[in-house]
Design a protein around this ligand. Structure first.
Ligand SMILES: Cc1ncc(COP(=O)(O)O)c(C=O)c1O
Length: 378
């Protein structure tokens, strides 16, 4: 499928076909894993390109690789972006985005609900480089406006926060950023392009920990970012210079995973909605955080932005506090106690030091998941 035609097709068609064609040398229908560090130069006089110099030709996998180019084309097409860049992890694209947009003396406004490791990077590495940071409640647009200074060059938020599922008002944040001339960077890991395309509502860069739903099978650590050429070009050079490209094998795992993203997301959403309703009615559970429940503070906003799809992540508080959460996680038989999320199988994580359990609801049979949760709460 020609990449420039891909926006004419349905999501599932784009996920399967964008960026791919039978291999020109062998006719292989699936994209091969081009597991090669280096590529033959066509003639002895050809100059080695600058960092991030693909895609006209490949010469070294740190700079670009044909398997990697396919997952980049797919994510760009699904996000409605001019370009995308893959990296060795979600943190690889988060750091590349921030360090290409921000310079010493600049200021970042960042959601205080963001993934703890992103927060750690932002609060330790950025100040070391002379970049100021303000952490704010991103659901409070007045607080965001107040935090902006003449030096603010970017706002970073997750659309659905980890673990509490707060919903960021992306159209409101995009307006604030436009007024200020700042870039809006959105980590869309929880929602994926299937639920929401932040670039269409004013974001400048969208980030995915592709380790999660894009891979979908818990077998690769990877990150992908999408945006305009103006945004992604510098990130591509950054990934090459700092040496954080994705491996061809992991790129191939993402290619395979993303083809079923729509089917999986639909099932994740259905299962999570059913489980959230089960938890809401269970006497052992005192609070359920799931944007699909009508009393969640972000329910209406999330529904408007995603067309009524609320994702596969749930968090809840237990009547017996932290020990109740730990007992629940220990007694589950189908779910694995583990960090990470977005797998086909259900993962459960009791939060250390808090009365909170996070569930990444898988695509197993919903009656089995409810029965398992029921016995674990008994
Ligand atoms: C929302 C979110 N963003 C980014 C990351 C970082 O991604 P990775 O683990 O692929 O580096 C994670 C990891 O859990 C995450 O949950």
């Amino acid at each position: 499928m020609a990449d420039d035609l891909s926006t004419r097709f349905d999501f599932a068609t784009i996920a399967i076909h964008a960026g791919e064609a039978p291999d020109p040398t062998t006719g292989a229908q699936n994209t091969p894993i081009y597991q090669s560090a280096t590529f033959a130069l066509p003639d002895a006089s050809q100059q080695v390109k600058q960092p991030g110099g693909q895609p006209e030709g490949y010469f070294y996998t740190r700079e670009g690789n044909p398997t990697t180019a396919v997952i980049e084309a797919k994510v760009a097409a699904l996000d409605g972006a001019e370009a995308a860049i893959a990296s060795a992890s979600g943190m690889g694209v988060i750091s590349a985005a921030l360090l290409t947009v921000l310079n010493p003396g600049d200021h970042l406004v960042c959601a205080d609900s963001i993934y703890p490791i992103s927060q750690d990077f932002i609060t330790t590495e950025l100040p070391r480089l002379g970049i100021d940071v303000s952490m704010v409640d991103i659901t409070d647009l007045d607080a965001v406006r107040e935090a902006m200074t003449p030096a603010t060059r970017a706002v970073l938020t997750e659309f659905l926060s980890n673990p509490e599922l707060a919903v960021a008002d992306l159209p409101g944040l995009a307006e604030i950023c436009r007024d200020q001339g700042a870039r809006l960077i959105v980590d869309n890991t929880f929602a994926t392009p299937y639920l929401l395309k932040p670039l269409e509502i004013g974001a400048d860069i969208v980030l995915h920990s592709a380790t999660k739903y894009i891979s979908g099978h818990g077998d690769a650590v990877a990150g992908v970012a999408a945006g305009s050429q103006e945004m992604i070009g510098p990130m591509r050079r950054f990934v090459a210079r700092y040496g954080s490209p994705i491996s061809p094998f992991n790129a191939w795992l993402l290619i395979r995973g993303i083809k079923t993203l729509q089917l999986r997301m639909e099932r994740h959403c259905q299962n999570a909605e059913r489980l959230a309703r089960f938890f809401e009615e269970h006497p052992a559970i005192t609070r359920v955080m799931y944007p699909g429940l009508p009393d969640h503070p972000g329910h209406d906003l999330c529904g408007q932005l995603t067309g009524g799809r609320f994702g596969g992540m749930i968090a809840f508080e237990h009547r017996d506090g932290e020990s109740g959460c730990q007992q629940f996680a220990s007694k589950l038989q189908l779910a694995c106690r583990a960090v990470s999320l977005g797998d086909v199988s259900t993962l459960v994580l009791p939060w250390t030091g808090r009365n909170l359990v996070r569930l990444s609801v898988g695509i197993e049979g919903i009656d089995d998941l409810i029965a398992d949760a029921d016995q674990a709460l008994a």
